[in-house]
Structure formats: C-alpha cells, structure tokens
Design a protein around this ligand. Structure first.
Ligand SMILES: Cc1cc2nc3c(=O)[nH]c(=O)nc-3n(C[C@H](O)[C@H](O)[C@H](O)COP(=O)(O)OP(=O)(O)OC[C@H]3O[C@@H](n4cnc5c(N)ncnc54)[C@H](O)[C@@H]3O)c2cc1C
Length: 379
C-alpha cells in the first residue's frame, strides 16, 4: 500500500514537496494553519537553481509569463551610485545555468505552487499543536481539536516550527538586531521615473534592494536591512512607519529616495536566523526548509533551498520505497552541508557586493544531484 505522508505548512517548501510527491503518485496531505491564503506585498527572487525546481513540477511556463527577467543585478554605492558589481542575468545567465533568473511577486509564486496540488489535498485552518511520531505511525493534533494520522510527517512549518520546538525544546531564533521593511506598490506611483531593473544599494550600515516583480514592470518591490536592536516582533503583518523608513534613507541616491517616497505603505519584520542543526529529525519525522535551516534573506536563497529540499526529499522517498525513516535520514545527510554553507554565507551579507562566484549556488540541480547510499541504521 502507498504510504500516507503528512506535510505541516503550505509555504514554499511544503507546497513544492506536495507537488513533487503528488507527481510521484504518493498519498500526501498538507496541513496549513492559515484559514485562507493572502497575497501580501513581497517580492521573491527565483534564481536558476529554484527555477529548475519549478521546471520539474511543470510551472516554468506559468512563471515565465508573469515574472520579470532582469538583464542584470546591479550593486551600487548608496550615495554616489557607483557600480561595485554587476551580475549579468537575462539571456547570459540562462545560457550559463540552463535556467532563467526571475523576479516575481511572492503571492504569484505561492498561487502557482497551489495550482499543482489537488485542492482536497490541502487542509486549511489546521494549526498543529502537538505531534507524536514515536509509534507505528504519526498523529497530528490541531488547535481546532481535530486529529489526523499518517505513516510519516514532514514539518515545513517555517522558522518558528512547532515541530522543531516539540522535538528540541523552545529556543528563540537569533535576532540580528536588524529589521526589514518591505512592500510592493504600483510602478505608476513613480510617475515615469526609471529604476535599475534589479539593484542592491549598499550603505555603511544598511541596504535596500529594489526590483520589478512583473513582466510588464507595473509593480515595484523593495526590501531593506536597517539596524534596530530593540525590535522583536516578527510577523507578516507588523506595519512599518513610513516617516521612519524615509528618514533612514536620507542621503541615499535619488533612485532610492524616489522609491521610499512613492510607496504608500510598508510592512516590517525582524531579521532572524538560527544556527545549523546536526540532525533534522528522527524516525518518521523530518524538518524541511526554514524549519530546518532558516537563514537571513541576504542571498535570496531561503525559499530556493526549501524548494531544493523538497525535490531531494521526494527523490529519496521515491528511491527508498516504503522505509520512510531511511528516506528521511538519506535526505538530511544529502542536504545539510549545502544548506549550512548557504546559511553561513548569507549571514555575512557580502553576497554580490563585489565580484562573487555564484556557480555553486545557481548551478545546483536538485533533480540530478547524487543521492547518497541508503544509511544502514536509519532511526
Ligand atoms: C524579507 C525577506 C525576503 C526574502 N526574500 C527571498 C527571496 O528573494 N528568495 C528566496 O528564495 N527566499 C527569500 N526569503 C526567504 C523565504 O521567504 C523563506 O526562506 C521561505 O519562505 C521558507 O519556506 P518554508 O516553506 O520553509 O517556510 P514558510 O514559507 O515560512 O512556510 C511555513 C508555513 O507553515 C505554516 N505553519 C507554521 N506553523 C504552523 C503550524 N503550527 N501548523 C500548521 N501550519 C503552520 C505557515 O503558516 C506557513 O504557511 C526572504 C525572507 C524574508 C524575511
């Protein structure tokens, strides 16, 4: 009989995994705490390693039709605009990596992933409060008082993973002392002022990344990193103060000034990460994406690595057969080194400021990366 698999969390990692497993013919069900999906104002960069994942689950044409493909990613000094590094993207990157580098609205990516999974496979309004994976199967208990059973469980429940907390105990995420303001807004509000297609403006102790998120360039996105040691709230809905944001970028280049003055509203997050874990699960339970290896956004690889995880895990499950613990241990052994390296590199916040070798990140193909041998003691 096909084993039943429960996935906690319908974020980028959980949905990619559900799509890949569904494609392999597995009995999979996703449990998401949100009662419905909301298109929040955020952009997301899909580098070639992420686009290869999306290609393998049949989403490339849909993403290409809506996303923006920049000709390059520029890095500039905050005030003079002097170019410190330019990474060619567009056709050049596509020829080099065999997949495009695209920029898009996070909501568009999320909706695309949802479209690859039959609706009855995603249960909304299911906030996991308790998980028991130590018996013959797993039992999930939700805040609404209901339970579910499965043969194994994958926790893709994000940086504040309930599963991770239950397994390893409560541990506060590392606050970097910095906050991200981010939003998307209509490009028409710039009144014809033209921007670099994708640019990171590097200041002495702060930066801002600005890019278009639609093929028609009618929507602009920015995300900042600013020092604010006292801030602690981390929520998708914390509203940022526009005057504070604008004041923080006084003296920056005109492109930055125009953008922060044109945006009508902004959200604010604490920038947090965690240290790499020596193990990602035990028995019939395993972590995936931010639940396993949360990172700062400075390389734009959090979702990309969660999606890579999903492909490798689906391949391990398909290759290992019914033995879920063995498949899970195999997957985590394959994925730990790469994700730890990206977590560490991201922390430094130097990626692309000057000439950077990106091949080890963008050249990765999750569909063909070698699978380790099956571990002999998979517990
Ligand atoms: C400012 C910023 C900019 C970023 N930009 C990029 C970028 O350009 N490119 C990129 O690749 N990455 C980017 N990232 C990182 C990326 O957003 C995350 O790494 C990615 O979303 C992780 O995916 P995930 O599926 O592991 O977790 P999430 O996307 O966080 O999904 C977790 C899901 O689990 C659900 N959940 C949580 N707890 C429970 C529970 N108890 N029960 C049920 N469901 C639960 C949540 O509601 C959510 O839907 C950025 C992050 C930030 C903060």
């Amino acid at each position: 009989m096909t084993p039943s698999l429960a996935i906690i969390g319908a974020g980028m990692g959980g949905l990619t995994l559900a799509a890949a497993l569904h494609q392999h013919g597995f009995d999979v069900r996703v449990y998401e705490q949100a009662a419905h999906f909301v298109r929040l104002g955020a952009g997301i960069q899909m580098s070639p390693n992420a686009m290869r994942v999306l290609r393998g689950i049949g989403l490339e044409p849909r993403i290409r039709a809506t996303a923006f493909q920049p000709r390059s990613w520029t890095n500039r000094e905050w005030d003079t605009g002097e170019l410190t590094n330019e990474l060619p993207l567009g056709a050049e990157a596509e020829a080099k990596y065999g997949a495009p580098y695209l920029l898009m609205h996070r909501g568009d990516l999320h909706a695309s992933l949802v479209s690859r999974i039959p609706a009855e496979r995603i249960a909304l309004g299911k906030k996991l409060v308790d998980l028991d994976w130590r018996g013959d199967g797993v039992t999930l208990s939700f805040a609404d008082g209901t339970n579910a059973r499965a043969d194994a469980v994958i926790a893709a429940d994000g940086i504040h993973s309930r599963t991770r907390e239950q397994w390893l105990g409560a541990e506060t995420a590392n606050y970097t002392g910095r906050v991200a303001y981010r939003t998307t807004f209509p490009a028409a509000l710039l009144k014809g002022f033209s921007l670099d297609e994708c640019c990171k403006w590097w200041g002495p102790d702060r930066h801002i990344v600005i890019y278009y998120v639609t093929a028609s360039r009618d929507e602009v996105y920015f995300v900042t990193s600013l020092p604010e040691p006292e801030f602690t709230v981390e929520s998708w809905s914390a509203t940022g103060d526009l005057d504070t944001l604008r004041g923080a970028f006084t003296g920056f280049h005109e492109q930055v000034q125009r953008v922060v003055h044109a945006c009508p509203s902004v959200h604010k997050w604490a920038i947090v990460d965690r240290n790499p874990l020596p193990r990602w699960g035990e028995g019939r339970m395993v972590l995936l994406g931010d639940a396993a290896h949360p990172m700062t956004q400075y390389m734009a690889q959090g979702a990309a690595t969660a999606m890579e995880d999903a492909v490798l895990l689906s391949r391990c499950i398909a290759a290992t057969g019914d033995e879920m613990p063995a498949a899970f241990r195999r997957y985590e052994r394959i994925r730990r080194e790469r994700t730890s390296q990206i977590q560490g590199t991201s922390q430094q916040n130097t990626w692309m400021r000057h000439a950077t070798d990106a091949d080890w990140v963008y050249g990765y193909d999750a569909w063909t990366a070698p699978l380790d041998p099956v571990p002999s003691h998979a517990a």
